[in-house]
Design a binder for this molecule. Sequence first.
Ligand code: GDP
Length: 328
Amino acid sequence: MPRAFITGITGQDGRHLAEFLHGKGYDVYGMVKGQNNPRAQSVIDEMPFVELVPGDLADLPSLVAALELSQPDEVYNLGAISFVALSFNQAELTANLTGLGVLRMLEAIRMIGGTHDNPIRFYQASSSEMFGKVRETPQTESTPFHPRSPYGCAKVFGHDIVVNYRESYGLFACSGILFNHEGPRRGIEFVTRKVTNAVARIKLGLQHELVLGNLDAKRDWGYAGDYVKAMWLMLQQDEPDDYVIATGETHSIEELVERAFAEVEIDNWRDYVRQDPKFFRPAEVDLLIGDPSKAREQLGWKPEVSFPDLVSMMVQNDLQLEAAKAGI
Ligand code: GDP
């Protein structure tokens, strides 16, 4: 059985990827940090087939030990401080985990597997936030980066070091430049889930307003379940490469809000929405729209879930969850 090692197993993508790889017959190992990590417990409860391995992206020896223990064929580095707003407040931590963590993982792979023709295949979760103040639209694999947050800067370092280790040591290392991808498992701090959860609670009479920041920003939102397939496909190719994974469509936060309220048949959504400067960012990424042509042509990948279906899936899930919590 092939073996996969995933960092960030407790996050949205880690869970989707673990399920996907398990379905393909992989033995799945997930790295978890800390003692009595409550998020690790939820992985054990939800996905008992995942073997948890201790380790921390800030600690190279722990990564070497984790790889020695799990002996993976494929490593997926999804672990990071992943929330852009938080990265402004914890910039150094973000640089350490989201940026230097990639370097440590690559070094651990070299130490375990040798320096050339390394049998371990490596996937790095790069991000559309690297494009930031976009230099061209739509964004492709060759669009120059101009990150707008400590998170984006750290991801650029991670991306560049993957390219460098591939070129320097012949590692089979790929980066997926994934545009925003969402779903019922998205953390509540991200705008999609914040909106769908609030809309569900407003519909159920549990909440009366939704407080947001910038409504004009535009994102290319896809479904996380579709995007993890692209990660795996990248590692099945003959040659390692980098790919943009996106839908090729963009929508504003306002459109997202309007559609989420429409899902519960509320038309006067403006009556429920208030803006607060505390949710605005020191520097904003105004517009993201990816061109996934290379992934379509070379990987045979395309997104399956449309934007309206994604919003509907998330609102319906939150309606169920919130109703159950409130005993309605
Ligand atoms: P990001 O693209 O990784 O930063 O994903 P987010 O879901 O956190 O934010 C997407 C966009 O929504 C950004 O342009 C934010 O400025 C905007 N936004 C507006 N209001 C909010 C809010 O209340 N929370 C979050 N997270 N984002 C918001």
